[in-house]
Design a protein around this ligand. Structure first.
Ligand SMILES: Cc1cc2nc3c(=O)[nH]c(=O)nc-3n(C[C@H](O)[C@H](O)[C@H](O)COP(=O)(O)OP(=O)(O)OC[C@H]3O[C@@H](n4cnc5c(N)ncnc54)[C@H](O)[C@@H]3O)c2cc1C
Length: 631
């Protein structure tokens, strides 16, 4: 077996993986990034709308600050986030946004003078300031008090990823694409790298490294209807969970985006609503202000998705062969706006839906979109349970998102966490050595090789990976969606247990062990089922409603009993995870309160004095107890 050494192994070459890689390579370390696809095809490239940072350049962002960004993020998370992490994030985002501009990201810029913008379908004029001319511009996104979502037309993810990938070339990061990590190599205490499968030849290789980063993105593909790319199957989370030592955080925290298109599930960006798009029902009536008078279409995603689903349940959706949907209306924005600032939306609608958004309504409905849960790390990005293992980006539960991430906060998280965690990894690498125990390498290799051998050779096996995937999709779509209840969740948990048992008997139809999509899926399915089970079981046990986790049988947000984070561990041979809980946040700069949108009852908790901190100061000195109501 070929063995490849590096100081840092980044599993994943999306925005988070590449940003961490650049930080370590700049510090002189030898870095390798693995990716299933060429890095520029990573899922980050599909992000259209933008990245949040409190720059305050646009007139509609005037007076913005990291404090306001922090407050929006905490409220958006429904107080499920780690406020220490959200503070690091909000304070660092403006620095990182300017840094990537310096590296070449062509941000849209402020143009001085009067401009016509839209809110809720209505035009208004605003004058951009002369002294801000040429600075990074911003647009509105859901759940924000100020316009702070920086963008490059609606191809933000692509431009930032191209820039980061060029930086990787400049700093000579080794990019090994068409390679898929299958298992972590560890000795019970230290992570030593990964067993990796070459997708062209099927060869297994050991990548050994002093530090290993998992930055493999989300696990949206456990659902059938998702905006996520086909490679978002949670490979990194599976490898971590399979160690039995590394827990997943808040796997039940799944975000549904209001505007997945019907029937393709391709996303049209939140920028549509941010730029003034409205949601209409079967009667072409704008219903959101009835539910959310204050924020309407620009409430947070969990709230808008819930309201849409409620409206469809009232029979006010549009019937279609693909199920009921609603309409997104951006016609009033006009041809110039749609073909420049929303040009990818224009292309998606015309190419995939046969709809011209300049003249026609766009069919949309809430669709699985983002994984708030993932590999639980501390604030430095170090995974719980194994030394030398880190995670960043959507694969991680660093936890600035809690139970709902704000639009534009995820792309920003990839580069902010990438920089921050990258620096912590550099500190870790300085002076640290590991013993690459041969027995650990052999164990990990033998397990993966045996799985492949059994699937291809054993005559007693008969399960189809594709069949298991389809059944998992149905279970998740039917029982673990936007509205959840104990009965359906119990059904999901029971049925997933059966699938997990059956997945031990997967048999391949074909026999090729090299370039063969079936074998990739077959290797991944048992792990995807475990991630699905962590999601379903975590949701069953969390008897409250918080952010995107809505329990019809427990409609209150229960701060008294559930102001915590679920940790899911998987012990070998089990069919459901072992759950533990930890406090949601080490301290509260903003004590739990009302979000200002979404409604719903709250069972309040009395936060101890020592857990309250001075706003804007993080873990600074205590002061008199602030009001429990968030302003
Ligand atoms: C359609 C869409 C639009 C979005 N728009 C926005 C937006 O406008 N603003 C915003 O803030 N957020 C947006 N998001 C969310 C945001 O794009 C993602 O959260 C973010 O890009 C994730 O980046 P990442 O680096 O963590 O992972 P990714 O970009 O998903 O990269 C994962 C990497 O891991 C690799 N990989 C995966 N598994 C393995 C394995 N087993 N072995 C080796 N390599 C592996 C992949 O090849 C890839 O290189 C959007 C998401 C979607 C789905």
């Amino acid at each position: 077996m070929q063995i490849i050494y590096s100081d840092l192994l980044c599993i994943g070459a999306g925005l988070a993986g590449e940003r961490v890689a650049v930080e370590a390579a700049k510090a002189g370390f030898d870095v390798i990034c693995l990716s299933i696809v060429p890095p520029r095809r990573s899922h980050s490239s599909a992000a259209q709308g933008g990245m949040q940072a409190a720059l305050g350049n646009a007139i509609m962002g005037d007076g913005d600050s990291p404090d306001i960004h922090f407050a929006d993020t905490v409220k958006g998370s429904d107080w499920g986030c780690d406020q220490e992490v959200a503070r690091i994030f909000a304070d660092t985002a403006p620095i990182v946004m300017r840094e990537v501009a310096h590296w070449g990201v062509p941000w849209n810029r402020v143009e001085a003078g009067v401009h016509t913008y839209y809110k809720g379908g209505k035009p208004f004029d605003a004058e951009e300031k002369r002294d801000k001319h040429g600075l990074i511009h911003a647009r509105a996104f859901g759940g924000t008090a100020k316009w702070r979502t920086c963008y490059t037309a609606d191809g933000t993810g692509r431009s930032v990823l191209n820039t980061l990938d060029s930086m990787c070339l400049r700093y000579e990061v080794g990019i090994h694409d068409r390679t898929q990590a299958e298992a972590l190599i560890h000795d019970g205490e230290n992570c030593l790298g990964a067993i990796v499968r070459c997708l062209k030849t099927g060869e297994l290789k050991a990548y050994l490294a002093t530090a290993t980063l998992i930055a493999t993105g989300g696990y949206g593909r456990i659902y059938r209807a998702t905006t996520n790319a086909v490679i978002c199957d949670g490979g990194g989370q599976i490898a971590a969970l399979d160690t039995g030592l590394v827990p997943m955080g808040n796997m039940e925290a799944i975000q549904f985006h209001p505007t997945g298109t019907v029937p393709t599930d391709i996303l049209v960006t939140e920028g549509c609503r941010g730029d003034g798009g409205t949601l209409l029902d079967v009667n072409e009536y704008r219903f959101m202000p009835d539910y959310e008078p204050e924020k309407a279409e620009l409430a947070s995603r969990d709230v808008v998705s819930r309201r849409m689903q409620e409206h469809i349940r009232k029979g006010l959706g549009v019937k279609s062969p693909y199920g009921d949907h609603l309409w997104l209306d951006i016609r009033h924005l006009g041809e110039k706006h749609i073909t420049t600032k929303l040009r990818e939306v224009y292309d998606i609608c015309t190419n995939f839906l046969g709809v011209n958004p300049i003249h026609d309504l766009i069919p949309v409905r809430p669709t699985q979109h983002y994984s708030m849960g993932g590999i639980r790390t501390d604030k430095d990005g170090a995974a719980y349970g194994l030394k030398g293992l880190f995670s960043a980006g959507e694969s991680a539960c660093w936890d600035m998102h809690g139970f709902n991430r704000l639009g534009g906060n995820s792309l920003a998280e990839t580069v902010v966490a990438g920089r921050y965690v990258g620096k912590k990894i550099v500190e870790f690498l300085q002076g640290h050595t590991v013993d690459f125990k041969q027995s650990a390498i052999n164990d990990a290799h033998t397990k993966v090789a045996a799985r492949i051998m059994e699937m291809t050779k054993s005559s007693s096996k008969q399960e189809s990976a594709i069949q298991l995937r389809d059944e998992m999709h149905s279970i998740m779509m039917d029982n673990v969606g936007i509205f959840r209840n104990g009965k359906d969740l119990q059904t999901a948990v029971d049925q997933l247990e059966e699938l997990i048992d059956r997945s031990k008997n997967i048999k391949l139809q074909g026999s090729a062990i090299g370039f063969n999509p079936e074998i990739s899926l077959a290797l991944r399915i048992p792990g995807m089922l475990k991630l699905a089970q962590c999601t379903a079981y975590g949701a069953l046990m969390r008897t409250e409603s918080r952010g995107a986790h809505t329990r019809e049988d427990f409609p209150e947000r229960n701060d008294k009993e559930w102001l915590n984070r679920t940790l899911a561990y998987w012990k070998e041979g089990k069919t459901r995870p072992e759950l533990k809980y930890e406090e949601a946040s080490p301290y509260f700069e903003i004590p739990p309160g009302e979000r200002g949108y979404g409604g719903g009852k709250i069972i309040t908790a009395d936060i101890p004095e020592e857990k309250l901190r001075v706003p804007g100061k993080g873990a600074g000195e205590k002061k008199e107890k602030p009001s429990q109501k968030a302003s």
